[in-house]
Design a protein around this ligand. Structure first.
Ligand SMILES: Nc1ncnc2c1ncn2[C@@H]1O[C@H](COP(=O)(O)OP(=O)(O)O)[C@@H](O)[C@H]1O
Ligand SMILES: [Mg+2]
Length: 609
């Protein structure tokens, strides 16, 4: 490392440098006597501009700048899982008091070094290709770490570490390439954060990322390898929902990027997550989780970098053949960092002061979501879910608008639902997903239910409900015919008993797909049977009497997730009760009613005995 220049001018996180040795755009440099981490953002002649990832108070013109010769990159190695990093991958110390999280200025990057038990998978003489698995390390009880040939390297193995302990700097394998040159692969590798890691091929997503949240899985599904936007006004529940997704999604690795939000929220994650248990494996959730935290009190440039650090870590585990999900909360704070830096650079602002490249940056980020054939021929995925916090909840602002263009699922949080404490406050009117078709086959297989048809029927009830609500506002529910009042009541049951979900309830926090489908089918069938009965002349009152609505609303909590067949018992009881009502109606209407039109004088008229 050598001094490449000196600071001429410094303003906040931006320093203007006069260089006397070459530096490259995106090069990682150290700025000042305290050696603050920074990245070159532009070079013109002997002038360079850098953004600094740390608090710059006290840094002065004249102080030296050192080059590293490589771009800002992350360290990739076993031991990432379970860690908490800042936006440029320095380990964070968590203190319960004070601000919650802090980082010492000038802290060094990386991971605590230790020994890892390596098992080789290749032998001397093997020809290996980029991305191929050289050996494995048990990283956590949930994750087998696969040590890969770096993406740009290939050749013949001339040395391979035997079974045994390795440290980060140890050579796992030595390769000889076609030109005869030797290359060492160490246990810890690097990759530039702003460059997507290569894959062999993009695959069409075909499996859902099961979140256990009914309103998402059933109505607005996300796929493994897909992308979703989660916009919502302040306090609508974005962070709580992102936490639920991090806890319950069926990804194998979770990367949670806390980006510019309040420090105490992130501290809460850091305290809460280590205590959580994976519902599938029974193991601590931190054994599959990496946290990247850049809270509002931390330097703005590191916040800008944090989403790239996060997604590069995600891609690294994807390349090992895992399904990874990344949650970013909030991408608006990230965009604000971009805006602040652009402002310091005196760039021409575009929409609402954001730089003109906001859309391309957002696109590039969400494009890194994919289901892929990895270089080693395995299958892996990165799913990206970005929270958006539009000021004032106005979805027409640029970050929401552009995010919507680049994501395929849109989970709009609704202020009214949140203030009615209907959580998750995902609007069923304002949300959508383009992935339903891609996962219909999976759902049919997993649940034995025609899922597309079920969704269509349920959405139909909710749509009728929305139309009728307007009438109710005008004329009152009493003025509506029984048939429509029944639909309103059943829509309420679907909202309360399916869409609303209690994230704190031991059973309801996570709802398995089969339970989701059977619960919804129960209510939609109930609606349709009720309509038939009303059309056959049964009074709404009689239907109401036959139902225990509070019991139905609570089924989501009372039916254990491992005893879903109980829903069948409820369905049978309801069918029996409705059957009796039908018989009653038929008996009331006398023997002739079956030949409709011939004898029945007044179809639909009820004769109560
Ligand atoms: N699923 C939920 N269950 C219960 N309470 C919730 C839920 N979602 C949000 N809340 C309540 O709303 C508050 C704000 O939620 P939060 O996720 O922090 O909002 P946002 O991130 O959108 O600003 C929470 O502190 C909590 O009290
Ligand atoms: Mg939040």
């Amino acid at each position: 490392m050598s001094v490449v220049g000196r600071i001429e001018r410094i303003t906040g996180p931006i320093a203007h440098i006069r260089t006397h040795a070459p530096v490259a755009v995106l090069e990682h440099v150290w700025v000042g006597i305290d050696r603050l981490a920074a990245e070159v953002i532009s070079v013109a002649g002997d002038r360079a501009t850098v953004q600094i990832y740390e608090e710059t108070t006290g840094v002065r013109p004249g102080e030296p700048v050192e080059g590293t010769g490589h771009p800002l990159s992350v360290l990739l190695a076993p031991g990432l899982i379970g860690q908490t990093f800042d936006g440029i991958q320095r380990p964070l110390e968590v203190v319960r008091e004070a601000q919650g999280i802090y980082l010492q200025r000038g802290a060094s990057e990386g991971l605590p070094d230790r020994e890892w038990a390596f098992t080789p998978r290749v032998a001397v003489g093997d020809a290996v290709a980029p991305g191929q698995i050289l050996g494995t390390v048990p990283e956590t009880p949930l994750i087998e770490h696969r040590v890969l040939v770096p993406p740009l390297m290939q050749g013949t193995i001339t040395e391979i570490a035997p079974e045994g302990a390795l440290r980060y700097a140890d050579v796992v394998a030595r390769l000889q390439d076609a030109d005869g040159a030797f290359h060492d692969v160490t246990l810890a590798q690097r990759w530039p954060v702003r460059r997507p890691r290569p894959i062999a091929a993009r695959l069409e997503p075909d499996r859902p990322l099961v979140t256990g949240q009914r309103v998402l899985d059933t109505f607005f599904p996300i796929v493994k390898g897909g992308s979703a936007a989660l916009p919502g006004p302040f306090g609508a529940g974005k962070t709580v929902l992102q936490h639920s997704l991090a806890k319950w999604s069926d990804a194998q690795v979770i990367v949670y990027v806390g980006c510019g939000e309040r420090g105490n929220e992130m501290a809460q994650v850091l305290q809460e997550f280590p205590e959580l248990v994976d519902p599938r494996s029974g193991r601590p959730l931190m054994e599959r989780t990496i946290l990247v935290a850049n809270t509002s009190n931390m330097p703005v440039a590191a916040r800008e970098a944090s989403v790239y650090t996060g997604i590069t870590l995600a891609e690294y585990y994807r390349d090992q053949g895992y399904d990874v999900a990344l949650m970013a909360d909030s991408t608006s704070r990230w965009a604000e960092a971009l805006r602040e830096i652009a402002g310091r650079l005196e760039e021409m602002p575009a929409e609402e002061g954001y730089p003109a490249y906001l859309p391309s940056r957002l696109a590039a980020f969400y494009e890194r979501a994919c289901r892929a054939t990895t270089l080693s021929g395995e299958e892996g995925s990165v799913t990206v879910i970005g929270a958006v916090s539009p000021p004032g909840g106005d979805f027409t602002e640029p970050v929401t608008q552009h995010t919507q263009r680049f994501t395929r699922a849109f989970w709009a949080l609704d202020r009214e639902l949140a203030s009615a404490r209907h959580y998750p406050a995902v609007s069923w009117r304002g949300s959508y997903s383009f992935y339903a078709g891609a996962v219909a086959g999976w759902w049919r297989e997993a649940t034995g239910i025609d899922w597309m048809d079920l969704r269509r029927r349920a959405s139909d009830v909710l749509e009728q409900d929305a139309r009728l609500e307007q009438m109710v506002r005008l004329v009152g529910a009493e003025a509506l015919p029984d048939r429509q009042r029944w639909t309103l009541e059943m829509a309420t049951l679907i909202k309360e008993g399916v869409l609303r979900q209690n994230g704190l309830h031991p059973v309801d926090a996570f709802c398995p797909p089969e339970k989701q489908a059977r619960l919804l089918r129960l209510f939609v069938d109930l609606h349709d049977h009720g309509v038939e009965l009303i059309e056959a002349g049964v009074a709404l009152l009689r239907l109401r009497e036959a139902l225990d609505r509070p019991m139905l609303t609570r089924l989501k909590e009372t039916v254990p997730n491992d005893d879903i067949d109980r829903l069948d018992t409820v369905a049978r009881d309801l069918a029996r009760a409705f059957g009796a009502l039908r018989q009653e109606a038929e008996a009331d209407r006398g023997p002739g009613h079956r030949n409709a039109g011939s004898e029945s004088p007044e179809p639909g008229k009820k004769v109560r005995s």
